[in-house]
Design a protein around this ligand. Structure first.
Ligand code: NAP
Length: 275
């Protein structure tokens, strides 16, 4: 198969290595390219992707922009209004971020049904997490610094409690979906700075939470997770989510029935047994 990841700058993307590993485990050989496209060129260059590749993954900032080029949008992609997986042969778009997110939680032993959870950031990834957490039966509180965006996401999903401000209160799990603390935080404004890094909330809130989850996978331990770990909290980074969303994409490409046990076994092998 001829595959690719498409984004604004995917020169350092982990996707080629991850998908090549996964597809070889599934008995397939593939070529997997990283294709960076400047945003102002995307509309002109998108049509050619469909003849150049059998399927491709889509990342920042094209998860919405790809949608007008598709004939069909399925499942979570329709709900989230964002596509991360395209079968170019059928021009169908999917979104596997939410499935990857839930499998990451399951495999880390985090049960969310009936718990109080707080999500920081209601951007692309935050929206899929909010939706999946509410669907799984969590009572979801969401803080997003743009009141306008928070109101529009509340209208769109309508299954969470919006927070105008984030106060130190008790939550079973806190999720950082803001991107604050990533290796490249250009354009992001941290709420809190420490001598070692940046994070979206202060220590007083982290102290009151049971588990801290950061969708960031680079660095592996963000400042948010470092402080949470220093307070004795269970911490989870975004590495497994990234792997699992890739696993679900490849199952779509191969028309293969996904299995959580298989995904977990592959992740253990991919990580050299360090999970
Ligand atoms: P995004 O669309 O830019 O969303 C980030 C959201 O957080 C924006 O709404 C942003 O508002 C808001 N925000 C920024 N600073 C905040 C603060 N201090 N307090 C509250 N809200 C704040 O980005 P994204 O695509 O959702 O990605 C978010 C993070 O998830 C990134 O680190 C990305 O790498 C990670 N991610 C990981 C995976 C994985 O597989 N592990 C998958 C997808 C995404 P403004 O627009 O006002 O800045």
């Amino acid at each position: 198969m001829k595959l690719a990841v498409i984004g604004k700058d995917v020169s350092a993307s982990r996707s080629p290595a991850m998908h090549t590993f996964l597809l070889s485990k599934m008995g397939q050989t593939c070529s997997y390219e990283a294709v960076s496209i400047p945003p102002e060129r995307f509309a002109a260059e998108a049509p050619a992707l469909f003849s150049r590749f059998d399927a491709f993954n889509v990342t920042i900032p094209f998860k919405g922009e790809i949608m007008p080029h598709l004939a069909r949008i399925c499942g979570d992609a329709e709900v989230f209004g964002a596509v991360n997986t395209v079968d170019a042969r059928t021009r169908t778009g999917y979104n596997t971020d939410g499935q990857g997110f839930m499998l990451m939680l399951e495999n880390a032993g985090v049960q969310v049904a009936g718990t109080r959870v707080v999500v920081l950031g209601a951007g692309g990834a935050g929206r899929s997490c909010i939706y999946k957490l509410a669907e799984a039966g969590a009572h979801v509180f969401v803080y997003e610094r743009s009141a306008e965006r928070l109101a529009s996401v509340a209208r769109e999903l309508g299954n969470f409690t919006p927070l105008g401000t984030v106060l130190p209160e008790t939550y079973d799990v806190i999720f950082n979906c803001t991107g604050i603390g990533m290796h490249d935080t250009v354009g992001k404004t941290p709420s809190v700075r420490t001598p070692r890094g940046e994070l979206p909330v202060g220590e007083e809130l982290l102290r009151l939470c049971g588990t801290a989850v950061d969708l960031i996978y680079e660095p592996r331990q963000s400042e948010f997770l470092r402080i949470a770990a220093s307070l004795g909290k269970k911490t989870i980074n975004g590495d497994a989510m990234l792997f699992y969303q890739a696993y679900y994409s490849d199952c779509i490409y191969l028309n293969r029935t996904p299995s959580a046990d298989e995904a977990k076994a592959f992740y253990r092998q991919y990580s050299g047994g360090n999970v």
